[in-house]
Ligand binder design. Structure first.
Ligand code: NAI
Length: 714
């Protein structure tokens, strides 16, 4: 047997078993080598007269994970060449069609998770049997990366189960359990894992047909296909809803909709050709390349701690302290305990500490009620949280997260009280949102162990932690803090100490730009509509209200007090002063901000026009959108060029996970690659002439434009 083969073939008793087992990898993926081997195995099975049936299975834990990361990366970042894509795309689809029409019945024996092309392979088989492993998931996640299932998935699935049941799988990338897929009719049987191959053989022994329903002339799509009223409605309403929700920023769901609308009206092979055409169209779209690059490749490298300092032993946290059981502390305690780590949750008195633990009780009770957890699991998580007001309980904590009031003196006091009881090598991580870490570390007798761990609210839902490295923070402290963040299932990015760190500094420019436009006389409704159309989660003025105008105003006052004349010019401060100090409008918290709030409804405050009169001529919506996005990209470039965040991947992933930067761009730096440095620099120069120096491109960007460089290359 050739040990380099990705797919083995064993023939016995008239059955050819094709086993995917790629050498040197933990998972099976589609790449050139595996596809070549798979095709050879398929041809051998079809050509062998003794073979009457084919089983496709895997020797790995999972079935097939999908496309190979390196191949996807190359495809996403290579210059776009339609003719080349036309020649290369569709190879997997071709092999699958051969297996489907080769005249011998085939069965997918799915032993583990199958994603993307892995599930498409199974759909091409004549039967699907899945192991009952509880963690096994099946899905077509391509849409979340700006792509579509391009190996027949958009055509086979609706022909198997109907248009409407296919929609969430294709257009939202839903991943489901084997049982749920059986309910939908995607899977034929679910069996104990030890019986998988026997069940596959037993099915082949029944002498099944090797002809798919859609290869019969009289085939009709279940549920009436695209002519059914529901399907027509879905097409019309669905397209309108998609446009309403995404402003056309995401090309993939619309392309999938077109594959259904056009592909289901024609024969199967024509349908495949239509799918291929839309797939290539998406591959040519720079937005898909950016999404694949950031949401798949960069996300993986950042989550796998690519920037972790080497040579520091892995840290497996067992006991963590949390100081302050308020909004953030309670959330951090919950996220930590949920990950199987003991937590000591400390506040000024027992009652406040207990209240912090209540947060976990409420969350867990909800998940038990919804059937996501059983009571025993809830009890076990709660048993890990010890609420206390006694510092002695912190003894033995390997790492302590501080989340008390945003006040230097209080933070200094709790740092010293903690260091008096924890071991000499314990790490102290402050969750401060605004105070520089190096300054806070002055209160510590072990500044090498002192670091910033900036969580986002609500902690259990927000996937990012921004780690802040102070002037004296050691590499070991950084590495182990990254291990802790990963241990609680979150993604860390690393930022050097500086005002606003990375996320708040760049995010702030979005809100400030919106406020600046108001002072220029741009209609508030135009600012807000353009904000929505950029794909940011909220328009800038509504976001300012949600963050809190009072909070933003006091941060501005504190910055001015700290830096004096060196404080950067902040055009939003006079506006905030008028609203907060003179008008008593604090934002959403008191139902009065840029908007008036009544229950769930809100409308822009009528007084805005009195204080900031609307000008006679108004810019186009595209210019407003450009300002709102580019101002963030430029600030992200400055952070990157100043060396505060080491990699473009962390800058982009941090923006998307941290403040919901428009995902179709792939992040603020990817956006510049998408536009092209030459055009970006020219457009920013024009914006700088019209609106101020904050739009002036950096010298680094000018060099990139001159040399044709990009943030990401193959
Ligand atoms: P919070 O006011 O909800 O909670 C603070 C808690 O600290 C209170 O329970 C208070 O009793 C306790 N506390 C005060 N002094 C203490 C002491 N000496 N010893 C022990 N406990 C003490 O505040 P929140 O929002 O949880 O913020 C905590 C920290 O997290 C602040 O530094 C804040 O800047 C930062 N942060 C807040 C975010 C947010 O969205 N609220 C986001 C990221 C960071």
């Amino acid at each position: 047997m050739n040990p380099d083969l990705c797919v083995r073939i064993d023939v016995s008793d008239g059955v050819a078993t094709l086993t995917w087992d790629m050498p040197g990898r933990s998972q099976n993926v589609f790449n050139e080598a595996s596809l070549t081997d798979f095709e050879a195995a398929v041809e051998q099975a079809l050509g062998d007269e003794s073979v009457t049936g084919i089983i496709v299975t895997s020797a790995k834990k999972d079935f097939i994970a999908g496309a190979d990361l390196d191949a996807v990366r190359t495809m996403a970042l290579s210059p776009k060449d339609a003719a080349k894509l036309d020649a290369t795309v569709g190879e997997l689809g071709r092999v699958l069609r051969r297996l489907e029409t080769g005249g011998k019945p085939s069965v997918a024996a799915i032993n583990g998770t199958a994603m993307g092309g892995g599930l498409e392979l199974a759909l091409a088989c004549h039967h699907r049997i899945v192991s009952d492993h509880p963690k096994l998931k099946l899905g077509l996640p391509e849409v979340s990366l700006g792509l579509l299932p391009g190996a027949g998935g958009t055509q086979r699935l609706p022909r198997m189960i109907g248009v409407q049941p296919s929609a969430p799988l294709l257009m939202e990338g839903k991943r489901l359990s084997a049982q749920a897929m059986k309910g939908l009719g995607v899977v034929d049987a679910v069996v104990p894992s030890g019986e998988l191959l026997d069940a596959a053989r037993a099915w082949l022994a029944t002498g099944p047909s090797a002809i798919k329903p859609w290869d019969n002339k009289r085939f009709k799509v279940p549920g009436g296909g695209m002519d059914a009223t529901e399907a027509k409605q879905m097409l019309m309403v669905g397209t309108a809803m998609l446009m309403d929700k995404t402003y056309g920023n995401y090309p993939a769901p619309l392309a999938i909709m077109s594959c259904l609308a056009e592909g289901l009206r024609v024969g199967f092979d024509e349908g495949l050709a239509i799918e291929k055409r839309y797939f290539i169209k998406l591959l040519m779209d720079p937005r898909s390349g950016s999404m694949v690059n950031t949401l798949f490749i960069n996300m993986q490298s950042v989550s796998k701690l690519a920037g972790r300092p080497e040579g520091v032993p892995r840290f497996k946290p067992t006991k963590i302290g949390v100081l302050g059981a308020g909004l953030m502390g309670a959330g951090i305690a919950y996220a930590t305990a949920k990950s199987g780590i003991d937590v000591v949750l400390l506040d000024i008195d027992q009652a406040r500490a207990d209240k912090g633990k209540e947060y976990s009780v409420t969350r867990l009770a909800k998940s038990v009620k919804k059937g996501r957890r059983v009571q025993g699991q809830m009890d076990a998580i709660l048993a890990r949280i010890t609420p206390t007001a006694d510092y002695a309980d912190l003894a033995g904590c390997e790492l302590v997260v501080e989340a008390v009031f945003e006040n230097r003196e209080i933070k200094a006091k709790v740092t010293q009280a903690t260091e008096a009881v924890v071991g000499a090598d314990a790490i102290f991580g402050s969750n401060t949102s605004t105070l520089p870490i190096t300054g806070l570390a002055e209160a510590s007798s072990r500044p090498a162990n002192f670091i910033g761990l900036h969580f986002f609210s609500p902690v259990e839902r927000m996937p990012l932690v921004e780690i802040i490295v102070g002037a004296e923070t050691s590499e070991a402290t950084l590495a182990q803090s990254m291990d802790y963040v990963a241990a609680i299932g979150k993604t860390p990015i690393v930022c050097q100490d500086s005002r606003g760190f990375y996320t708040s500094r760049v995010f702030g420019t979005y809100v400030t730009e919106g406020v600046q436009m108001l002072t220029e006389g741009i209609k508030p409704a135009l600012i807000e509509n353009a904000g929505k159309q950029t794909g940011m989660p909220m328009p800038p003025l509504a976001l300012a209200d949600a963050v809190g105008l009072k909070l933003m105003y006091s941060v501005g006052v504190a910055t001015k007090a700290d830096l004096g004349d060196a404080a950067p010019d902040n055009p939003s401060q006079p506006v905030l002063q008028e609203l907060v100090v003179n008008q008593g409008r604090h934002g959403k918290s008191n139902a009065m901000g840029f908007y008036d709030y009544e229950g769930r409804a809100k409308k822009l405050w009528g007084g805005l026009g009195t204080h900031w009169p609307v000008g006679g001529s108004q810019p186009g919506v595209d210019e407003v959108k450009r300002r709102l996005l580019y101002v963030q990209s430029l600030e992200a470039v400055r952070v990157f060029e100043e060396g505060l965040v080491a990699t473009a991947a962390e800058v982009d992933v941090g923006a998307i996970l941290g403040w919901g930067f428009a995902a179709w761009t792939g992040g603020p730096l990817s956006l510049i690659d998408q536009v092209g440095a030459v055009d970006f620099v020219a457009q920013c120069d024009a914006l700088a002439e019209a609106h101020g120096e904050r739009f002036r491109p950096t010298s680094g960007l000018r060099e990139m434009a001159a040399s044709g460089a990009r943030f990401y290359t193959v």
